[in-house]
Design a protein around this ligand. Structure first.
Ligand code: NAD
Length: 480
């Protein structure tokens, strides 16, 4: 029996769309079809795959306005929807460069044994399952898909069931790139669909929450397939007394509230030197109060609606818990329901500590809790007092001072005198630390390389001593 999944519109709160989940039998059949197509795809020179991905990019570019329109309907925000589509276009060119470098021809190299030289080839995982979240629906749907395809894998993608309206347009783009539909399919569905995909795939790329990531990792371990996990965060920022407070406040306001705070790498905790804390908070609050809601029209302001109903509950609970434990809301703080959509203005909270859910769990809302520190050691200890390790930011008077602190933070990407650079500058290789993820970097050249296994060819070239029991010489000796 087919399963229909209703989809909520975040600007109206109404359910006005639905998708049909693909069942396990169809996923298994689709996996067989993709694996068959992958054999020829992987055998092509990388330049031919790049040419197909360029056709796909051109199709996405032609449908840029359509894609932005459906993303706005699913997410309620405009500026970030534009950024998402443009990031995908740029990402195809960048990954193509990485792919060319990855497949550069290699000569036979010497080994420790002078009679043996070695080379090898790169063998793509035949079928990659890519499972993505709702917060950057389009960009995160394709972030792993493009490098996997360039590596020579086939891909089955399942975007989040919360934000699936771009799927029909994406399918049109796939159909317009010759041969791409043989190795890339986009399926609709929910968690059960995702679980069935893992059962059918040879590797999985998962972007989402820690609890689901754990289920994905278990399922992948059962099948001995690699799981590349990109999970949640509770990113800290440290602001020292020497920092340019005005610039730090602007950056942190943006980094905490962009996409309504629905970003894995959004800043969710700010630690500021106690000597400059009052001045910093005053500047931050003044700037926060100038930010506008994107209402009544998506183009009207910066902060769109909270995208999912579940997130409204989490945000409210974290704020209530903080206030109950003594925190002070300096600006924002109440969820406003406008025309059925739920909005929260940039919210600055002081008087926070690590007993509060707001400082420990991922909130995923436009909230900036600010806590003071006394000395660099305390700043580092507070920043590291978390189960997450996705990214972080440090602001100081000089890059050297900030980097000295950055080197001590347990996170996979540290922005110095800015925020969220790991998302904006995808060339920098990085790993997710602690509970924020697992596996090789999705940024930089490993974004392609991680879909390839290396097969070594070791060539015995000249006669010489060998560890064999029976060669011509020993046999002769034994016979005499
Ligand atoms: P989620 O874990 O609820 O769902 C993510 C995806 O997993 C969805 O497509 C869902 O249908 C699917 N899914 C659910 N159960 C599954 C199962 N058992 N097997 C396979 N697939 C299953 O996450 P979400 O709420 O959509 O996204 C928000 C989370 O994603 C946040 O925690 C955020 O920090 C994280 N995130 C991380 C990154 C990163 O790069 N590290 C980027 C964006 C978002």
């Amino acid at each position: 029996m087919t399963k229909q999944i209703p989809v909520r519109n975040p600007r109206t709160g109404e359910t006005d769309y639905e998708i049909t989940a693909m069942d396990a039998a169809r996923i298994a059949a689709e996996a067989d079809r993709l694996r068959a197509g992958q054999r020829a795809w992987a055998a092509w020179p990388v330049q031919r795959r790049i040419a197909v991905l360029r056709e796909f990019r051109d199709a996405v570019a032609r449908r840029r306005d359509d894609l932005i329109r459906v993303l706005v309907t699913d997410t309620g925000r405009l500026q970030v929807s534009v950024l998402e589509v443009d990031a995908v276009l740029a990402g195809i060119d960048r990954a193509s460069r990485f792919a060319e470098e990855t497949f550069a021809p290699a000569d036979l190299s010497p080994t420790g044994d002078p009679t043996v030289r070695t080379t090898g080839d790169l063998v793509a995982y035949p079928l990659v399952a890519a499972i993505s979240p709702w917060n950057f629906p389009f960009q995160l749907a394709l972030i792993d898909v493009v490098p996997a395809l360039l590596a020579g894998s086939a891909v089955m993608l399942k975007p989040s069931e919360m934000t699936p309206r771009f799927i029909p347009t994406l399918r049109e783009c796939v159909a317009e790139a010759a041969g791409l539909a043989d190795v890339f399919t986009v399926v609709e569905g929910d968690g059960a669909t995702g679980a069935a995909m893992i059962d059918a795939a040879d590797a999985v790329c998962f972007t989402g929450s820690v609890p689901t990531g754990r289920a994905v990792a278990r399922a992948a371990a059962e099948r001995f397939i690699p799981a590349f996990l990109e999970l949640g965060g509770k990113d800290p920022a440290v602001v020292t007394a020497s920092a340019d407070l005005d610039s730090a406040a602007s950056a942190l306001l943006w980094g905490s509230t962009i996409n309504s705070g629905h970003a894995c790498m959004s800043i969710e905790r700010v630690y500021v030197d106690h000597r400059v804390a009052d001045a910093f908070v005053e500047t931050l609050v003044a700037k926060a109060e100038r930010v506008r809601l994107a209402h009544p029209e998506p183009a009207d302001g910066q902060i769109g609606p909270i995208i999912t109903g579940a997130q409204v509950t989490t945000i409210r609970e974290h704020l209530d818990d903080a206030v109950a434990k003594g925190a002070t809301i300096r600006t924002g703080g109440s969820i406003e329901v406008l025309d059925g959509g739920c909005y929260l203005r940039p919210t600055v909270v002081t008087g926070v500590d690590h007993s509060m859910r707001l400082m420990r769990e991922e909130t995923f809302g436009p909230i900036i809790p600010v806590m003071t520190f006394d000395g660099e050691d305390e700043a580092v200890a507070l920043a590291n007092d978390t189960e997450f390790g996705l990214s972080a930011a440090v602001f100081a008077g000089t890059a050297e001072e900030a980097m000295a602190i950055g080197h001590r933070i347990d996170a996979g990407g540290v922005s110095v005198n800015d925020v969220c650079l790991t998302g904006m500058v995808p060339e920098a290789e990085k790993n997710s630390f602690k509970m924020s993820g697992l596996g090789a970097s999705r940024m930089g050249p490993p974004s392609v390389r991680r879909f390839l296994r290396r097969r070594a060819l070791l060539v015995r070239e000249t006669a010489g001593p060998r560890p064999w029991y029976y060669d011509a010489a020993t046999t002769e000796t034994e016979e005499r």
